[in-house]
Design a protein around this ligand. Structure first.
Ligand SMILES: [Cu+2]
Length: 116
């Protein structure tokens, strides 16, 4: 009966993946200008897949770095350009985001990730 084990494992995996919580999506846009992000407070819920659009409405290039427990996630956009960053909201807490370009102090904000 040992030959049955691979089939049993596959059946179990299929069962587990179909029973998992649905993956919710959270999308928001953060506008960058000189020298601020709007909004500078955003939120998500643990378990969501987060899609952030960085919309650069300024005259300079800007970047957007989220300091998450799993590590920093960064995108950048030239003036007039949009870029999208995706990451899973895995851990509850308040995490900073900021523009890493030299002299762009004040371009920062917070993402609040709540427990479901
Ligand atoms: Cu900037």
């Amino acid at each position: 009966m040992r030959w049955l084990w691979p089939f049993a494992c596959i059946a179990l995996l299929a069962l587990l993946s179909s029973c998992g919580p649905p993956l919710h999506e959270r999308s928001f846009t953060i506008e960058a200008t000189e020298m601020r992000f709007t909004p500078d407070k955003v939120e998500a819920v643990v378990g969501e897949q987060v899609f952030v659009t960085l919309s650069n409405k300024g005259k300079l290039a800007h970047s957007l770095t989220f300091q998450l427990p799993a590590g920093d996630r960064t995108i950048s956009a030239n003036a007039g350009v949009e870029a999208v960053l995706a990451f899973p909201a895995n851990v509850a807490g308040s995490f900073r985001f900021y523009c890493s370009l030299p002299g762009h102090t004040g371009m920062e904000g917070v993402i609040e990730i709540r427990k479901p």
